[in-house]
Each structure stands twice: as structure tokens, then as C-alpha cells.
Design a binder for this molecule. Sequence first.
Ligand code: PHE
Length: 445
Amino acid sequence: MNNKRENFGSRLALILAMAGSAIGLGNIWRFPYLVGQNGGAAFIIVYLVSCFVLVLPIFMAESIIGRRTRLSTFGAMKKLAPGTPWKWLGLLTVITPLLILGYYSVVGGWSIDYLWKACTLRLTHDTAGLFPIFISSTWEPLFAFTLFIVATAVIILLGVKNGIEKFTKFCMPTLFVLIVAIVIFGLTLPGSSEGVRYLVKPDFSKIDAGVVAAAMGQAFFSMSLGMGTILTYASYAPENENIMASGIGTTFADLGFALLAGFAVMPAVFSAGIQPGEGPGLVFDTLPYIFSQMPSWIGAIVSIVFFLTILMAALTSSISVLEVGVAYLVEEKGIGRVKSTIIITLIGWVLGIFCSLSFGPLSGAKLFGLTIFDCMDKLCSDWLLPLGGLLFTLFVGWYMSKTDVRDEFTNHGTTNVGIFNVVYFLMRYLAPLGILVVFITNLVL
Ligand code: PHE
């Protein structure tokens, strides 16, 4: 079965697909509001450090496993550690994507709905109350969510080369142009310099354990780590791809995009005199309000461009989430790609229905005081993704033999020989320790 496997056609295709997975709602929706809630520039600095010290080694760990085995997570664990409890890590990476697919697609649906609202000029006037009314209603968000998850499934049905590769090759450069256009526009608004100052002038007294844990958790989520996405994409890497180079390329792309999103959102927020600590509604509630205050033709263009950007970024990520589950069913259960895609999409859809309704009819259903949506978000980004990441680094750092890890990392001794020891050290010690810090902080806070 293995030799029928598709691969990405080139290094560029691999990096664009990985960057496409990494860059998503995490960058445009989550990052700006977390920056706003956690003290601006100080949060960004902790985030930057986490990306290179914590996230890059885990990225490498997943890449090494994927490229070495050329299998999906479950099969990779069975091949490298047959008959050991490591198979549970494989199982974890089948469950987490299902949960993420469900709630991520709900927010993806919001971006479809808001793009529609922008196109029909609904965002150029009187947006007060629009967002709370929208998310707490039953059918409109459900319909948009269904459209989003079906769009994700269609791309996956087309396959690795014709679906994922073609779609990300088209979207990623477009996304970059769109976000730069929004940043430039935001910077021309009166009073926007206050927002810029907020993003570049750190107030170190704002850094506490909670800020560090939030930055690390966000770095995980944003780089799509801890559930086998990067592992699966790396398993489609072209032969002899320099995996360190694709790791660094993806990290810079993801970081750069998050910062651009910060610069797209904060100057506009400050220019409108709004507090940045708004929370999850920042992008869907506050920004439309700002757009509605602009001359209507400008508001119309900017809102269309903005929500189109969010939608494309969300889709290039959701396909990577779906692919993990599909690859598992195809390779481990021998189910065809079409059937596998339908099965995983249906499970994600059912879970997502509950998440979507948890803003309205099911808002009273709470677990640990959290709604279903918040529970899924917290469970995945605070616990399951870091747990998966921890297990991946421990697996590569402590279970696999150093010779095998070095062999894969250096493409059989031909590249990156010099930095291998540094990354290996980070994988064995610093990254696991960093994740433990996240866990302990999340437990205590
Ligand atoms: N990294 C994606 C984003 O930033 C989300 C994601 C998480 C995708 C985990 C795959 C796996 O939006």
C-alpha cells in the first residue's frame, strides 16, 4: 500500500502546505486577542522565544518520525515501536484532530458568514449586537459551519497533490498580499501609532506564569503541533528534503503572519479608541464595528478583503487537520480515500454541531464551568496538543536511537550536521521541560 502513496511535488509545495497548516485562525483570530489579553509586546516576546526553543524542536521531532516512516501517525508508531504502549500516542493523534476539526470548523463557518455579510454590505453600517446575535442563533452558524467543513472535505477528496498542494500553492501567496494590504491600510488610520507602540514596546512587568503558559500554548496551536499534522505532511515530503530548512521556513512564515495579523488588527483597534483586551470577539465583533465607522465603500472593500483572508487561512489549516484522520483510515484500516473523508468529516460535523449550538441553545450545558466550545478549545490547546508534543519529543529524544535520529535529521549525514546536537539537546531536555511548565501552570491557574 505504501508505494502507492502520494508525495508533494517539491520543497516549495511542502513548505507552503506546512505553512498553510500553521497559518490559520490561530494567527488571525486567536493571536491578536491573546496579545490584547496578555499585555501586548511582552507576550509577543515570550511567544517568539517559545517558537524557537520549544516549538521548533517538536516540529523537528514530528518531521523526523513522518519522513522516516512515510506513514501516518498510528502506523509510524507501530513501525518504530512495535508492541509498545507508544501506540497510544498514535491513538491520541487520531482523537485530537477529530475534536479540533469540529470546533475549528465552527469558527471557519463564522468567517464564511462574515465574508457573505461583507459582500452584501451588511458590515458597512450599524454592526452593534450583530456578532452575539449571530453566534447565539441556531441555523445561520450551523449552515455556515456545514459549508466550511464540506469545502474542507472537497479539497481533501482531491488528494495530496491535486487537493492540498494546488490549493495551498494558490492561497499562501494570495494570503500574504491580502494581509500586507490590510496592514498598510491600518497604519494609515489616524491614531494608529498607539497600536504600533502597543505591539513593539514591551512592558516586562506584565510577564507572569499565565502569560508564559498562554504564549506557549498558542505557539503549539499555531504551529499545528502535537496531533500529527506536521508528521503526516512530513511523510509526504519529497525524498531527501532538508527537514530542518522546511521547519525553519514554516516557523518564520507562521511567526511573520501572526505579527502581520497583529499589525493588521491593533492599529485599527487603537485608532477607534477601543480596548485591546476584548477577547475572542476582537476580530468578529470589534473589527466589523471599526469597518462600519469608515466611509462605506472603504469599509466594504476592507471587510471583504479581511474576511476572505481569514477564510482562506482557515481552510488551508482545516484541510491539514482532516488529512491526519483520513490518512489513518486509508493506511491503517484500508478504507478508500473517499469513504475515509466522508467518515471523518461526518464525525467532525456532529461534534461541531454541539460546539456551534453551545453559543446559543446549548449555552447552559457546561463542563467545569465551560461551554462545549470552550471546553473543546481548552482541552485541545491547553492539554491534548501539548501532551502530544511532549510525547513526540520524548519519543524521538529518548526512545529512538540517536543514530537513527541523526541519520534522518541530517539526510544520512549530508546536511545540518553542525546543528544536530543543539536541536537534539532541545528535543531531549528543554522542550519537554517547557511543556511541563505549561501543564503545571494550567493546573494551578
Ligand atoms: N495551526 C492552525 C492555526 O493556526 C490550527 C491547527 C491546529 C491546525 C492544530 C492543525 C493542527 O489556525
